[in-house]
Write a protein that binds this ligand. Structure first.
Ligand SMILES: C[S@@+](CC[C@H](N)C(=O)[O-])C[C@H]1O[C@@H](n2cnc3c(N)ncnc32)[C@H](O)[C@@H]1O
Length: 190
């Protein structure tokens, strides 16, 4: 698709960033201006080590920017939403069971520093569910149901019943809900 648009300098490389990075060997070391990712460090056992390895391809002074989800401060809401709370609890348990770090946002500065990078700033933005949301929580649960069920957190019947309750709850104009906080940290390679 990039070639069709005349963008010749973009290359996509499919690789496990915790494993063998030999596919990156052909790329010029210390040649890149930016190392960036979104919602990926939270899934890694040792994110600092991965950043340290990837920074090899970043030029000195190159920018490092990562955005990560964090559930430490959720749920955030003013009115009771039992079905939404239940889904958020299931998703939190599912992620934890799968080994994800649901507090990765708060962990970004330490991760940068442990990776030998210069940490500069961090910001956070609340992700809102409920009214006007692009991906209602019921849709998200349907996408995640295989993982929720295989983690032994809920049965298919429980998922189906909760989807119906979520839809009903979402009709309430007061259904405005912080589903996660998106942290963004940036810094540089020294
Ligand atoms: C929640 S998705 C985020 C996708 C995209 N960055 C975004 O923001 O929409 C998590 C992504 O991390 C990738 N991922 C997790 N562990 C990985 C690893 N060890 N190596 C490469 N990618 C990994 C998954 O393949 C998945 O695409």
């Amino acid at each position: 698709m990039t070639r069709e648009r005349g963008i010749e300098y973009v290359q996509f490389i499919f690789a496990d960033i915790t494993g063998d990075l030999s596919r990156l060997e052909g790329l010029q070391q210390e040649g890149f201006d930016i190392l960036a990712g979104r919602r990926v460090l939270m899934y890694l056992r040792d994110p600092a080590e991965v950043l340290r390895r990837l920074a090899r391809w970043l030029r000195p002074g190159g920018l490092v920017v990562f955005e990560e989800s964090d559930l430490t401060m959720v749920p955030g809401r003013t009115s009771s939403m039992a079905a939404h709370d239940q889904v958020m609890e299931w998703l939190r348990r599912m992620l934890t069971t799968e080994g994800a770090n649901t507090a990765m946002g708060f962990g970004l500065p330490t991760t940068f520093i442990k990776a030998g990078l210069r940490f500069e700033r961090i910001r956070a933005e609340a992700v809102i569910q409920g009214q006007g949301t692009q991906y209602p929580l019921a849709a998200l649960l349907k996408l995640m149901q295989v993982r929720v069920i295989s983690a032994g957190i809920a049965t298919q019947e429980e998922v189906n019943s909760l989807v119906a309750r979520l839809d009903a709850e979402s009709q309430d104009p007061a259904c405005v809900y912080v589903s996660d906080i998106s942290f963004c940290a940036w810094g540089q390679k020294p």
